[in-house]
Write a protein that binds this ligand. Structure first.
Ligand SMILES: [Zn+2]
Length: 335
């Protein structure tokens, strides 16, 4: 579904302010680089901007109407003067840029104006980059280039220096949650996913990932046995934790989830239930939150962060987790 200006403004207010200014003041640059993480709306805003350049009845001088012939053709990918280049496999090949140049050497089919959008611009091969560079060096008055990239540091500095750079911010959690729910994620699960990643596709994958579902159960179980019985915690560690969290990345994910439990407990103590991410377990967590202190929770959170650092420095995971469990039990009434 096509997002309107107002919806996209909610995602990227600063970017749309810049786009609006260049449209209203009639100072559209020859080349733009939209840089930011996957899922931040770069392509959608690139298309919105393109529509604003072609729209036959702009609203307030900058918002595309979405209903005129030009707007509709851009939405459906059928405008003769708008070209979109996407990576062909893993890279953008020189022929793709050459085709673009050939296309642009002709006059605009319907007006003098032409826009090209290069998605994954950091994936251009060396020769494609050089070819694009030449193209950018000889801009024609009415041509606008919009390059999209998640990794602009991989691009030629000479290309970057010819672009006006707009940085796309990671999505605020509330916006992310809303988008996840719109994509069919259970509202009770969306906050946890939004806390772990800013990438909507990754969140949607996690949502259906069985390893991840099981990981949440094990992490909660470890917390519960920790509070009940120190010996049982070590058993859970051996029999369940290490069976599930084998790779370093998995261990990091496990520790992140673990940290979020303590954060939730703290939110409950602060009477900010709406902030918790383990929504389905809120009743159980509330029971635990009542039995512990804020100071103990913050000490426990620092211990987890410390464990993450040790893992990063390649400490033996077995030793790291055992130390962590002992540390987390400090101050418990059962020790
Ligand atoms: Zn229009």
């Amino acid at each position: 579904m096509v997002k309107t200006w107002d919806q996209l403004e909610e995602l990227q207010p600063a970017v749309l302010r810049m786009v609006k200014n260049s449209l209203v003041k009639n100072r559209v640059a020859h080349a733009y680089l939209f840089e930011g993480m996957k899922g931040t709306g770069k392509k959608e805003i690139g298309l919105l901007f393109t529509k604003a350049l072609f729209c036959e009845s702009l609203i307030d001088g900058y918002k595309p109407c979405e209903t005129c012939h030009n707007c509709r053709r851009i939405t459906s990918g059928n405008h003769p003067d708008v070209h979109i280049v996407e990576p062909d496999g893993l890279s953008i090949k020189v022929d793709q840029i050459r085709n673009l140049q050939a296309e642009f050497s002709k006059k605009g089919v319907e007006s003098l104006k032409k826009v090209y959008l290069i998605s994954g611009a950091d994936k251009m091969s060396v020769s494609a980059s050089n070819s694009l560079l030449k193209f950018l060096e000889e801009p024609s008055a009415e041509t606008v280039a919009i390059l999209l990239s998640e990794q602009p540091q991989q691009m030629l500095p000479t290309i970057l220096s010819r672009c006006q750079i707009l940085t796309f911010q990671p999505l605020p959690p509330q916006v992310m949650i809303k988008q996840l729910v719109e994509n069919g994620v259970n509202p009770g699960k969306a906050p946890l996913l939004a806390e772990l990643t800013n990438n909507i596709e990754e969140a949607l994958q996690l949502n259906v990932d069985e390893w991840f579902a099981q990981a949440q159960k094990i992490v909660l179980k470890l917390y519960e046995v920790l509070e009940k019985n120190s010996l049982e915690a070590m058993v859970t560690l051996q029999q369940e934790w290490f069976q599930h969290f084998k790779e370093k990345e998995q261990l990091h994910r496990g520790l992140e989830l673990f940290l979020l439990i303590f954060k939730d407990l703290l939110y409950i103590q602060l009477d900010k239930q709406e902030q918790i991410v383990f929504k389905a377990d809120s009743e159980r967590l509330t029971q635990y939150a009542l039995k512990t202190s804020g100071r103990r929770l913050s000490n426990q959170m620092s211990a987890i962060l410390d464990a993450k650092r040790k893992l990063e420095k390649n400490m033996n995971p077995q030793l790291m987790m055992e130390q962590l469990v002992l540390k987390l039990q400090e101050g418990s009434s059962f020790v």
